[in-house]
Design a binder for this molecule. Sequence first.
Ligand code: NAD
Length: 258
Amino acid sequence: MSKSLSGKIAVVTGASRGIGRSIAETLAAKGALVAVHYGKSKGPAEEVVAKIKAAGGDAFAVGADLAKKGAAQALFAAVDQELKQRTGDTKFDILVNNAGIAPFVNFADTTEEILDEIYTVNVRSLFLITQEAVKRLRDNGRIISTSSGVVRTPLPAVAAYSMLKAPLDNLAKSLAVELGPRGITVNTVAPGVINTDMAADFVNNAEGQAFAISKQALKRIGQPDDVADVVAFLAGPDSRWVTGQTIDVTGGSVITFA
Ligand code: NAD
């Protein structure tokens, strides 16, 4: 694998499993030092760090519960401390806002508490983490957030989640313009159904799989590395002229009326 991210430092939220784990491993394989963020359980994040190191890369784990107030400060206190030790300052190059929750609940059954929780983790924390990151990002840096295909084609079974992914695409456009003079690009990726814990209800039964595949041009279930490879492109030098965009990573889901 080419070391196109050699010398770069990346922070990946929600990197202890699923898509985030694959993103962390892919960026590290391309040469980046990766901060592997986790929410509550350190063990799985340390396993990701160990796997990256065993493969010849470098990484460290940082914890912060994004459902709590002050999460962005807590995350960057940990990142800053580690980076100061390693590099002498707190600058880094690539932020991947990947952490998220998707409670499987329809419009009528969505309580105020569920709505608040989705907003807090998926939108509020992401906004505040990005604010902190921008203070530390080097010129020509990268911000990539994991949006979802449900912004383009909402899934009524997760109406609030679908609605609350749209702000990520919107923010990317504002920030792309604001940070463009510094050469920083800001994009989102929009995965379809991907084989992770989050999509287990779809992926782990034949009916769900058949439903998802029936909507896609490409006839298999997406895997975490299908998304991670696109994030790695956006994180690397070859995407330098792409900003303020949402890259659809759905295997061509619902792209015609057929
Ligand atoms: P996942 O459930 O396996 O991973 C979610 C990650 O977010 C985990 O690492 C988890 O620890 C972290 N997280 C959740 N709540 C947190 C909190 N309070 N504090 C800190 N971390 C927290 O799911 P995934 O499929 O890997 O999802 C990754 C991203 O991709 C999410 O933003 C999700 O919305 C998005 N996405 C997933 C799919 C899919 O089909 N799997 C489709 C479209 C978009």
